[in-house]
Design a binder for this molecule. Structure first.
Ligand SMILES: [Zn+2]
Length: 298
């Protein structure tokens, strides 16, 4: 079998075997944390089952660097293909859904942020005409917070990470919970930058009313668009408006996210993956060779 083909099958097989049990882990809802902190924690929880899979992939890539092509070790092709097939289906489904979100026309939402590389705010001119200045500025402040954090790209990536953990409903619930916290965090960020909670609540209600008058086709089941909207989840609207009408607690003002932490976390992850890749290159065959021979002898 070709080296790259076997590498793909092994990434699917071992990646799936690592991810599926991790996707079953219960997620702990943070109590009392400010939405900005809770959103960041929820984001990390979404990715927790994915990081070990990246490490497995890096280790196998390291192994493949020193493996002859085609692979000469004897192994049971049928067993490897059959065992990796279910995980291949999950990965293919996740990839197709991610591509579909990229290719389809963005859903026409009254107020939202679109774009991955250079996100921009889209405001329905019909809504802008009937909305007062205060709520409009508050809505724009909320959307600008989405722009600052590149939320359309983050939503797309989060959907992809969730789809890789299919079919477990817990993963989808973690995604929905993160989306809800994201809206609260952006509300608080807008308010901490001067937007009035009452104006923002009025903007949310006006946008919901406008959306009801001009119904649009709903997205597919369980598939979010890569847009960060003002409305967010309609089911959580009452809670959100209630939060906006209450005073912003001092402890819930968005803390300054440490630039050092934001820059070092991806760098540490890359460093870790690099170390695992070297480990795979040096010792990969010592572990994988007996496994492949075992499939042949079973
Ligand atoms: Zn929003």
């Amino acid at each position: 079998m070709g080296r790259e083909t076997l590498l793909t099958l092994l990434v699917m097989l071992f990646g799936g075997l690592v991810m599926q049990p991790l996707a079953l882990l219960p997620s702990r809802e943070p109590l009392g944390a400010s939405p900005v902190v809770a959103e960041r924690n929820a984001w990390q929880r979404l990715w927790l089952p994915v990081v070990p899979v990246l490490a497995v992939g890096a280790w196998l890539c390291g192994w493949a660097l020193r493996e002859p092509d085609p692979v000469t070790t004897r192994f049971d092709h049928g067993m490897i293909i059959g065992a990796s097939l279910p995980f291949f289906v999950v990965a293919l489904r996740a990839a197709l859904r991610a591509i579909w979100v990229l290719l389809r026309r963005p859903e026409e939402l009254p107020v939202c942020t679109v774009g991955f590389v250079h996100p921009r705010v889209v405001f329905d001119p019909h809504l802008a005409r009937v909305m007062d200045d205060g709520p409009m500025h508050a809505a724009l402040a909320h959307e600008r917070a989405h722009v600052r954090h590149r939320d359309p790209l983050r939503i797309w990536l989060a959907q992809l990470a969730t789809d890789l953990q299919w079919p477990w409903p817990w993963a989808y619930r973690r995604f929905q919970s993160w989306l809800e916290l994201l809206e609260h965090a952006r509300d608080d960020e807008a308010r901490s930058r001067g937007a009035s909670g009452t104006d923002l609540a009025a903007a949310v209600v006006a946008t919901a009313r406008h959306a009801c008058r001009t119904p649009r086709p709903a997205p597919g089941p369980c598939l979010s668009g890569a847009q960060a909207a003002l409305l967010g989840d309609a089911r959580a609207l009452a809670v959100r408006v209630g939060r906006l009408l209450a005073p912003l607690p001092a402890s819930h003002r968005p803390p300054q996210v440490s630039a050092w932490r934001a820059a070092t976390t991806p760098a540490l992850l890359v460093l870790l993956l690099g170390a695992v890749l070297v480990w795979g290159a040096v010792f990969g065959n010592d572990i994988l060779h007996p496994f492949l021979l075992w499939t042949w002898n079973v």
